[in-house]
Each structure stands twice: as C-alpha cells, then as structure tokens.
Design a protein around this ligand. Sequence first.
Ligand SMILES: [Ca+2]
Ligand SMILES: [Ca+2]
Ligand SMILES: [Ca+2]
Ligand SMILES: [Ca+2]
Length: 249
Amino acid sequence: MITRTLAGCRLAIGLWGGLARAQTTLPFPTTPTWESYATGVSTGGGLVDLDRDGDLDLVVANGNDILRQHVEVYYNDGRGHFPVTPPWQSSDIDYHGHVSIGDVTGDGWPDVAVSVFLGPSGFGQPGDVKLYVNDGTGTLGAAPAWRSADNCFSFACALGDADGDGDLDLAVSNSHFESGGNVAILLNAGDGAFALPVNHLTGTGAEAIAAGDLDGDSDLDLVVANRVACTVSVLLGVGDGSFVLAGSI
Ligand SMILES: [Ca+2]
Ligand SMILES: [Ca+2]
Ligand SMILES: [Ca+2]
Ligand SMILES: [Ca+2]
C-alpha cells in the first residue's frame, strides 16, 4: 500500500507475518511494518525487482500538482524491509504523476517511465513524459535518458507492446484539469526512445490508465479512467499500434 498524494505524506507498507510478498494474504497488520523518513507528495509508485536480486524494490514518483520533487528508489533488503531514506534519487525534479515500469530497452533490466503533469512553471504549462533507463546493475540513470518532444498534461502512463513487435510501447493519458482528455500512443523506436505520439480521444479528464488484452485477441487494449466525465473509456488495440475507441462505461 502506498499512502497517497497529500503534501508531506510518508510511504507506508504493511507486510503480513514479516514476509515480503508481491501479493500478500489478508489480513494486513493495522500499522505499517515500514515507513519512510523522507516525506514527499507521493503520487506514483510501483514494485519491481530493479536490481534482479530476487526481491521487489519500490519506485516512487513525487510531486503531483503541488511541488516539483524527485523520483526515488528504495531497495528491498531481502527481508521485506526498505531503507528509511531512498538510496537513489533522480537528479531532476518535476510535478510527477504516475509511473510504469518495464524493460523498454530490451536488455533484461527494468526501466521506469514517469508522467509529468505540469511544466516547470506550474499551472497552465503542460508537462511531458520521460524515461529513466536501468544501467544494467539495478541503478537508474540519474537523469532521464529520454523525454517526449510533445508536451502534455500527463498524469499516468502504461507500458505494453501495442504493435506486436516485441518491444514495449507507451500509452500516456492526458487532460488539463476540467478540460480535454486523450491517450497518446508512442511506439518504441528500439533505441530507448519513443516515436512521436498519435492521440486518441477519450472522456474528459483522462487520468488513470491500464493496459492488457481485454478481448482475448492477443492485441493490447487500454482502459482509461476519466475523472471529469466520470466514465471509463475502453480502447481496443488493432495490433499495429493503433486503437479504436470501443466505448465508455
Ligand atoms: Ca531487488
Ligand atoms: Ca532495460
Ligand atoms: Ca512494440
Ligand atoms: Ca485485445
């Protein structure tokens, strides 16, 4: 569990029986067994074995629309505990939204994509999306190896193979507070970068996004939660990197 988004919140994780598990059995303890000392406007988070030592590590993106802050990594000590301060911190700060984690570069080491909601000037200036690449030892590059050329009010992103060529592509949900809403599809260029986006309209206020094969045809599909429209948009993948809006619920 990651406590969310109020300014100054700490990260807290509950582990049942003192064992680290990707999916633990309820009930959880009522108090966290670990809590970060570092505080931040924690918005995005994900568990992944970043250093490939067999345990899940914690990636956290801070900022939201409140402060420009860092992306952080907490490494698992193998017993389900994390250090109270992050051993890795990005060198850059931004208004970070959510993260998506996967091996974008195809070297077997997980990389981290991060949505940036606002530009450095804050409200009114769009952010972008960026990628931190694993250096092959479990450490992310201090600065993003890639940033999108197009700016957008991006709050969440999802990695998946949209065109079936074996590499991870990026779907980014965008909206500017009470207006607009789309998903940008950026195909993996094969060199740790992504091509220019192709946008697909969704409902107003597109924020959360998830990727998976919804209809069982082996093509990647997308689900987008639209905060303002109070709907969920379903986009079915064609298999070549394009999507068709199947409807909203
Ligand atoms: Ca690990
Ligand atoms: Ca990689
Ligand atoms: Ca692909
Ligand atoms: Ca499908």
